[in-house]
Design a protein around this ligand. Structure first.
Ligand code: APR
Length: 241
């Protein structure tokens, strides 16, 4: 595939914030949430991924998350993930990553993730005692808090949850301090995360979209690259001249 766009040259010292969505993991075999084969086309989040479902049927909710963990362990990071890790090594301090994804795929590729906007499926937490140690296996080490016996829930932001304000503040600062924001594989349809795109625009950050399809905010971008992440990232952000 030829690269249709204008490259971002980091040799000049520019800082880029990569704003990552589920599409970044698609080429690893991880289903996205929307579109063909999307998770919310197969499951009703009201049954498996919200606090009310967890309060009503915690075992069903944890089963769903264990199935997703097992599926993720059968997937591997792709060349696009590896490229981001290589960019961070080549341009220290210039490439930040803010992700909506909970799948840990970026971290498995050695990428330093500055903000997990929606948490991580690889952590569990107790309502009273906070995060509990949980090894990154498919099966949960335990489903109950060792201190109080409460059901543990995945440390992810479900629909109807409050987001982690400190994480969002950190992401906002990173975006405001960047010359570029590259949105990779997101429909830009879920707030408050999607709000980072118009925010970046208002802050004078230059926007580029990598997505084979149009998103809810494609018209905000100065450049849209209708290619998959693994192809577009190395072309848009080459390792060096
Ligand atoms: N490369 C880049 N983008 C891709 C690829 C690919 N190979 N394959 C698919 N995409 C794009 C799709 O075109 C789509 O626009 O990835 C996007 C995935 O969109 P969603 O499934 O809506 O994922 P996302 O935008 O991350 O969802 C946001 O919604 O359900 C909540 O909390 C969940 O974090 C998630 C949030």
């Amino acid at each position: 595939m030829t690269f249709p766009g204008k490259r971002i040259d980091l040799d000049g010292g520019d800082r880029v914030c990569l704003f990552i969505g589920a599409g970044m993991s698609a080429e690893s075999g991880v289903p996205t949430y929307r579109g063909a084969g999307g998770i919310w086309g197969q499951y009703n989040y009201r049954e498996v991924a919200c606090q009310r479902a967890f309060d009503r049927q915690p075992g069903v909710v944890l089963d769903f998350h264990e199935q997703r963990r097992a599926g993720l362990l059968a997937c591997a990071p792709h060349a696009g993930h590896a490229h981001i890790a290589a960019l961070q090594a080549r341009y220290p301090g210039q490439v930040s990553v803010v992700t909506q994804n909970i799948d840990g795929m970026l971290q498995r590729a050695g990428v330093a993730v500055a903000a997990e906007l929606h948490g991580s499926i690889w952590r569990m937490r107790c309502a009273a005692h906070g995060l509990s140690d949980d090894r990154a296996g498919a099966n949960l080490v335990t489903r109950h808090c060792a201190l109080c016996g409460r059901w543990l829930r995945p440390d992810v932001t479900w629909f109807e949850d409050q987001v982690d304000g400190a994480v969002f503040d950190a992401a906002m600062r990173l975006i405001a301090a960047s010359q570029w924001l590259v949105a990779v594989g997101t429909t830009a349809s879920v707030y408050p995360a999607a709000g980072f795109l118009p925010f970046a625009r208002e802050m004078g950050v230059r926007l580029v979209e990598i997505n084979p399809e149009a998103s809810d905010m494609s018209d905000l971008f100065e450049q849209v690259i209708r290619q998959p992440a693994s192809v577009a990232l190395p072309a848009l952000l080459p390792l060096s001249r």
